[in-house]
Design a protein around this ligand. Sequence first.
Ligand code: NAD
Length: 295
Amino acid sequence: QYVKNITKKRHAELPKQAAVLGAGIMGGGISYQSALKGIPVVMKDINQKSLELGMNEALSLLQKRQEKGRMSAVDMAKTLASIQPTLNYASVSDADVVVEAVVENPKVKATVLAETEALLTDHAVLASNTSTIPISLLAKSLKRPENFCGMHFFNPVHRMPLVEIIKGEKTSEETINRIVSYASKMGKTPIIVNDCPGFFVNRVLFPYFAGFSLLLRDGADFLAVDKVMEKVFGWPMGPAYLLDVVGIDTANHAQAVMAQGFPDRMGTIERDAIALLYEQQRYGQKNNHGFYNYT
Ligand code: NAD
């Protein structure tokens, strides 16, 4: 059984203070969602501009709620104030739950996770929002792997209900229960999945992207593929547009992990469309150029 149904109740203590590492597309979204549901959050990045973008995104989502009459001005201000942007690592030390959402690079993540663990109390739990990197691999850099698991949100965080909770070889049941409780408090639908490259959803999604890349190699036009998937097949977006939303850089890193984990399922093309766009620094919507131009 690959995906476990959460039939038994998994109540555990909720975090009093959360921290999110990385204020990009995902870290910004996770911080917003945590604050919205009443769990204050320290949002840490190494880049001031990312922090500003993360805060601006939170402000714009909160303003929309207020305009629709779903939130008072006072609550909007309180929620925004409960996100504390910072460049300072030490600020995460009071958190009892930390979600790591930095770049999809195993070495960078391992360093960030180990440095963070050293700041936390023994009781704190640490989770990674990695899309594809096995949790048991990342856990090797940690002294308390039992307090660590995957917490994989989907983009855009405020709209997508699913959160994959990934149990590594050494993850304790208590850690899973606490992260399930946190995800539920955030208004999400957690599912518990076993550990492997890509977990559950990206084992489905990345072979689909690989199939799309092979179609392009065979001469298909990405605009035509997107049009068919959207207008005729009925999906909300086609693969090229979805890759731009995900981020070509993130997809390129994730694809490398998937190709290593499942070489037989990922096709054999070197320098496919994702790799070529990455080389050209066309990272998708985050820098206004990917398959499509957004300026
Ligand atoms: P992003 O490029 O938008 O943001 C990454 C952020 O991490 C940047 O702001 C960067 O400055 C920051 N960062 C880099 N090194 C750091 C460090 N040492 N400490 C603190 N911050 C650091 O990327 P993203 O799309 O938000 O992806 C982040 C993670 O979430 C990746 O692991 C990715 O695979 C995963 N993820 C992405 C998506 C998606 O659709 N984009 C969906 C699910 C999961």
